[in-house]
Design a protein around this ligand. Sequence first.
Ligand SMILES: [Zn+2]
Ligand SMILES: [Zn+2]
Length: 595
Amino acid sequence: MSGQVQEKYEESQLYKIRHSAAHIMAQAVVEMFPEAKYTIGPPVENGFYYDFDLPRNLTPEDLEKIEKRMRQIIQGKHEFHKKVISADEARQIFKDQPYKLELIDGLEKGGLDEYGNPLKEKPEISIYQHDSFVDLCRGPHVENTRQIKPDAVKLMSVAGDYWRGDENNKMLQRIYGTAWENAEGLKKYIWKLEEAKKRDHRKLGKELDLFSVSEDVGPGLILWHPKGAMIRVLVEDFSRNAHLQNGYEWVFSPHIGRSHLWETSGHLDFYKESMYSPMDIEGEAYYAKPMNCPFHIEIYKSHLRSYRDLPKRYAEYGTVYRYERSGVLHGLTRVRGFTQDDAHIFCRPNQVEEEISTALEFSLYVLRSMGLQDFKAYLSTMPEKYVGDAADWDKATEALRRAIDAHNLPYEVDEGGGAFYGPKIDLKVKDALDREWQLSTIQFDFNLPERFGLRFVGEDGQPHRPYMVHRALLGSMERFFGVLIEHFAGAFPVWLSPVQAMIIPIADRHLDYAREVTKKLRTDGIRVEVDERLERMNAKIRDAQNQKIPYMLVVGDKETESGSVALRLRNGENPGPVPLADFVARAKKDVEAGN
Ligand SMILES: [Zn+2]
Ligand SMILES: [Zn+2]
């Protein structure tokens, strides 16, 4: 959660409900295990947790019992009471709770809150009590337990977690729960979780034969299978054409560069831990590229540029390699090698406003074309440590802000959250399950033009420093593909479907006609396959449906005679027989409309 969202959340009734549910859960656990040592239990994004030091491991049956007891406590309409106390009083109350004593020490010294997070001011020490349970807590809570709906609370799972996240400390048991304002909210949340599991791109990637990761190739390195690659080709072609129409020039650059380049760019100073070890070529160190920027800069530098040449917009599908620990790798969304739809804009200072605005417009256009609709912008501003001139930063930040305003995007400001080299806009997209994914970035850079000594000759005949903007639109093709798979649950729009139509002959005698139809549709630009297996028609239909193929065209005696196809759709609809020409028209219309 971003800062502003977190603040709003902390003021909400839902936050109080979850925090109170955590206390109620702790009460139920302590009743079950009187020797339990309890630590902390904050609300989190979709619920709450509490960490316990218990005499034995919890079982699913335990969770059921705890949940049942929680409902009873809720029904009891117990009031929550706050009391501000001294550190010594607190030590007396929690004398058998070593974790709480540690927390009280932290609170007394100042600097740490009850969760062990740093605080700006020395906090007061307070407790909250409801029924028989007392916790060291600064709240806030609901007024009484009945303000929680008993059918809107659910315990989700138990996981191991080290005290204060430090593996040298004792392993605790963390119970995760979720709580909502009403039963409807809980139901919706559970639905989303189940749907997310069904849509998991790793699962669908296998079922639909889109991509894989091979242990022999190495973790975090993606193999695009023909169907996945087909989608990527379609996305790339569409986007490349759009780039060319919007004044970008396409470039290509190598995968490795010598160490001198990365020294000049500063990557070996501040990005080295994300780069792989160098390879030796004739006694010189070469690194696989973690970013494309220095290459595009070298293209810019290959000529003396005049103010008349600017802006220059270089775009590339540039494959980069970045080190990620094997433990954090995840399908397509966290990988070690990926391809960015990267571009760098070099412009005069007085062009930057328009460049930013059109870059944002262009991002929105391409993302909308991919079927994504719900956007939010995040503006990151100047941090304490920065390079360049503060006045330039202000100008750049205002240009970003005006671009967001001009496009009527909801946005949040991350004050001081920019990189040291420039302010930026991140564009996040909400998918079909309301999950936010960060895709586009428009990032100023006051650092690299300086480091590489970039210039252009101005109207005054003098050398000037150009402005530089990094811009990725879909971000990484791998990650974007993962988002796309989950957003559409594998049922891609017709224009992106690797196989758009599956022809299903009822019997062997219809094969010739099926092949004829295939040929005809292919010349019309429709991606089509014939299911020639010796399976029953219903099995073939089911398989095509499972493969999320938009159209199934069943052909039997009647269709062969009349030159038609019996159309079925992947959602189960059954429009029935249509002349072949009508089907082609319909498919073309769907492609056009982005259906
Ligand atoms: Zn609390
Ligand atoms: Zn860049």
